[in-house]
Design a binder for this molecule. Structure first.
Ligand SMILES: O=C(O)c1cc(C(=O)O)oc(=O)c1
Length: 307
């Protein structure tokens, strides 16, 4: 069997295997609203159209990290290396005993029966990905067709795009008939001022369209670090003003996630324990932290299970 497995993309960085204990204690009920599973490849082969071949990152390994960090629940987002085959993600969500929800990737010809099956498994949204390094195309007609199909289920659309592409995409986004959730703060250029035109445009878009924002991936957005490694508890200081601004302007619509197992990082792989210590730097009061980590994701993914 192992001879049929594809080797990892050259230079691939594996997830950090021995994360430290965070010094910040996550509040009870914390949701990691953005994480992935990869394979395991031998059981859930990667998609032929993928742009990278990762290491395995199984549901058991994700749940072990959840427990180690003091997280209560996960939202498992379909990773592009699995294309529109949601098997690994759905398997993980089903195995969580109600402690995970899923975000899927589906094609425009997806049937109602398949959507109902995903919904019953715990899927609550679909992801539209616009990063050219991750997907070949993102035809708006196809995506609009998907959005029309999932809207009656009460699902939302998760959007992953580069900040430079927002001007071209925002009318399309605003036309979608579902709630919207934006990955990784819309990937701001953190070398620019937090009150400059780029991030201001993003915040205006969020404000006008009632969008949810994931305050996630400082390790991906940071230019100057320092990295969450070697005991560094004030990591990624260049990203802090952007996260703080989003949390303070939209306290009821921000979400947090680890992004474990951190696909496609090339510079370093963060220690996830230290990454948790980034949270109190962007959400500076207990009230803001409770909204970011517990109340907001519960409203979106476990409505009716009030907190
Ligand atoms: O920036 C990335 O490379 C990346 C990739 C994926 C994915 O492949 O699904 O998901 C993410 O959240 C981030």
């Amino acid at each position: 069997m192992s001879s049929t497995l594809s080797p990892k993309t050259p230079g691939w960085l594996d997830w950090y295997s021995d994360p430290s204990a965070p010094s910040f204690t996550l509040p009870p009920g914390t949701v990691d609203a953005h994480c992935h599973v990869f394979g395991p490849q031998a059981r859930f082969p990667f998609a032929p159209e993928r742009k990278y071949t990762p290491c395995d990152a199984s549901r058991e390994q994700l749940f072990a990290l959840r427990d180690h960090l003091g997280v209560s629940r996960n939202v498992i987002v379909q990773a592009t290396c699995h294309g529109a085959d949601n098997s690994a993600m759905v398997d993980a969500v089903r195995a969580s005993g109600g402690r995970a929800r899923g975000v899927a990737t589906v094609r425009p010809d997806v049937t109602e029966a398949e959507l109902r099956r995903l919904d019953e498994a715990g899927v609550r949204g679909v992801r539209f990905n616009f990063l050219k390094r991750l997907v070949d195309t993102a035809p708006k007609d196809d995506l609009a067709a998907v959005a029309a199909k999932i809207a009656p289920l009460g699902w939302h659309v998760v959007l992953y795009f580069e900040s430079a592409d927002l001007p071209e995409l925002e009318d399309f986004f605003a036309s979608l008939p579902t709630p919207l959730v934006i990955d990784h703060m819309g990937r701001p250029d953190v070398t620019r001022p937090v009150d400059g035109p780029g991030f201001s445009r993003f915040l205006r878009f969020v404000d006008r369209n009632d969008v949810w924002v994931k305050v996630s991936c400082p390790e991906r957005l940071s230019v100057t670090g320092p990295a969450a490694l070697h005991g560094e508890r004030h990591a990624y200081t260049d990203v802090v003003p952007f996260g703080r601004r989003a949390v303070e302007e939209f306290p009821d619509r921000v979400l947090w996630g680890t992004d474990w197992p951190h696909p496609n990082l090339t510079d370093h792989m963060p220690d996830d324990g230290l990454l948790v210590d980034h949270v109190p730097q962007v959400a500076v009061t207990p009230e803001l932290r409770h909204k970011l980590l517990v109340a907001n994701p519960m409203r979106l993914y476990w409505p009716g299970e009030g907190v």
